[in-house]
Design a protein around this ligand. Sequence first.
Ligand code: PRT
Ligand code: MG
Length: 218
Amino acid sequence: MITLALSKGRIFDETLPLLRAAGIEVLEDPETSRKLILATNKADLRVVLVRATDVPTYVEYGGADLGITGRDTLIEHGGQGLYQPLDLDIARCRISVAVRKDFDYASAVRQGSRLRVATKYVAIARDFFATKGVHVDLIKLYGSMELAPLTGLADAIVDLVSTGNTLKANDLVEVETIMDISARLVVNQAALKLKQAALRQTIDGFAAALRQAPDRNS
Ligand code: PRT
Ligand code: MG
C-alpha cells in the first residue's frame, strides 16, 4: 500500500487534475466526507488528509510514503529525510514582505533601524533579512498575519501573496518579494527503497501528468 499525504483546500484541489491525468481517481470528496483516509481507484494507493504544515512531518517519519507540500512549508520544515523529485507547479504564489501603506519601509531599512516582523515563516524571514543585513525582531504567528501591522504588533509581515487582494483589503502594500512558491512532491527516502517499484510508478505518473500540461511548466 502506498500512502499519499495531501492537505484539504488548494493543494488537494490542484492535485486532483494531476492525479486524474495519471489515471488516479480519489473516491471521496474531502469537503463532504469526514474521513481522513480516502480510497482511490487503485487498490494499492490511498490518500490521507493532514494539515498543510504537517505534510512534511508525515512523510519524514513514514506516516505517509509521499506527499504534496508548498515550498514555503518545506523550507520551514527543513526537508530532512525527504526526497524531492518534482516541482508540480501548482498552488503557486510568492512570499513577500508587506507593510502598512503609510510605513516608510525603504527609510527604515536604509537607516538600519530594528524592524519588528510578524510571520508564520520564521526561517524564511530570518534568512532573508540576515542576507540583507537588516536587524529584525521576529514575532511568530500562526495566522491572520495581515492584522499585525494594523494593530501595532509589528512594522512588517512576511506572508504568502497570490492575487494581492488580501493585502489590499487590509491597506497593506507589498514592498519586497522574497521568493516564488509552488508545491512539490516529497517522498520518504526509506520507502523509496522498500517500495521502489510502486513509488517509482506513482512519481512517473506525476511526471507524465506534468508533461501533459506543458503550459504549467512555462
Ligand atoms: O489554511 P490552514 O491554516 O488550514 O493551512 P495553510 O494555510 O497552511 O494551508 P493552505 O491550504 O491555505 O495553503 C497550503 C499551501 O498553498 C501554502 O503552503 C502555499 O504553498 C500554497 N498557497 C498558494 C497559498 C496561497 N497560494 C495563498 N494565497 N497559501 C496561502 N495563501 C493565502 C495568502 O497568504 C492570503 O492570506 O491566501 C490568502 C489570499 O491570498 P491573495 O493574495 O490572493 O489575497
Ligand atoms: Mg491558509
